[in-house]
Design a protein around this ligand. Structure first.
Ligand code: NDP
Ligand code: 8X3
Length: 254
């Protein structure tokens, strides 16, 4: 059994990762996010299908350095060795040109997508010391490979994730910790609702006339990356809907 820590497991890709990994009966799940109630509900749902799947949920805002340190240093005894970290917690806020951008949005994206990923990694790596099969998967994005109009700060945070994945692969080489990134294009989750601050209609238009990826599509790919033999590392995996050629060029049914 490998113990997996998933950040941002209360929704979308993180939630799907928990469900898919539980179905494989090879993983114990440590789930965190700010919405603890959603995590507890997910735990119940998963355990109603997979009663033997061990799950521990805790509330965590990855932007809070002290909370990340405290929670990871004070996990229950049975959960103090971690084999897999899925750095998934992240968000986009707003879609405006730089000179009109909201600085609060910028702070939330940088603090969550970059600093949150760093804090979680820093305090998880020591818990991987006794693992014989340690693996960190960072969730990047097509936005970490390209820059698109008004995507400025979100794209910058995902370019930073791309750089940090490469850096962590170098820094953690001696410890034998594999580091991969999985970089999706459009995935229909709560992502666009969060970007547009609850405007569900605007969020829906992002996916109108095409079939986006689902959280499960990404989770199945993550399960594949994790399932490679210990001597094989998938460094970087970019995955797009068939109807999406680049960040902005998509084919929609008319
Ligand atoms: P969702 O909005 O559905 O899920 C985001 C998750 O991140 C939620 O569980 C949320 O939990 C968590 N989260 C956000 N802020 C924090 C925080 N400060 N501390 C802890 N958890 C936090 O979106 P997705 O599933 O789509 O997003 C997951 C990842 O995938 C993100 O990194 C995103 O950038 C990336 N991505 C998404 C794509 C897409 O098209 N959807 C494409 C490419 C990459 P809670 O609110 O409970 O804290
Ligand atoms: C999310 C996908 O294209 O909105 O990372 O940046 S995109």
């Amino acid at each position: 059994m490998r113990t997996v820590l998933i950040t941002g497991a209360s929704s979308g890709i993180g939630e799907a990762c928990a469900t898919v990994l539980a179905s494989e009966a090879k993983y114990r799940l440590l789930l965190c996010a700010r919405r603890l109630q959603r995590l507890e509900q997910l735990k119940q749902t998963i355990q109603s299908s997979y009663p033997n799947c061990e799950i521990f949920c805790f509330e965590l805002d990855v932007r809070d350095r002290d909370a990340v340190e405290h929670n990871l240093n004070n996990l229950p005894e049975a959960w103090r060795q971690i084999d897999v970290l899925i750095n998934n917690a992240g968000l986009s806020q707003g879609l405006d040109p730089v000179h009109l951008g909201d600085t609060g949005d910028w702070d939330r994206m940088i603090d969550t997508n970059v600093k949150g990923l760093l804090y979680t990694s820093k305090y998880t790596v020591p818990l991987m010391a006794n693992s014989t099969n340690a693996h960190i998967i960072n969730i990047g994005s097509i936005a970490g490979k390209e820059v698109y109009p008004n995507g400025n700060v979100y794209c910058a945070t995902k370019h930073a994730v791309d750089a940090l994945t490469k850096a962590m692969r170098i820094d953690l080489l001696e410890q034998g910790i594999r580091v991969s990134s999985v970089d999706p294009g459009m995935v229909e989750t709560e992502f666009s609702e969060v970007r547009f601050k609850g405007d569900k209609d605007r969020a829906k238009t992002v996916y109108t006339g095409l079939q986006p990826l689902s959280g499960t599509d990404i989770a199945e790919i993550i399960a594949f990356v994790l399932s490679r033999p210990a001597h094989v590392n998938i460094n970087d995996l970019l995955v797009m809907p068939t109807a999406q050629a680049t960040a902005t060029i998509v084919k929609r049914d008319s």
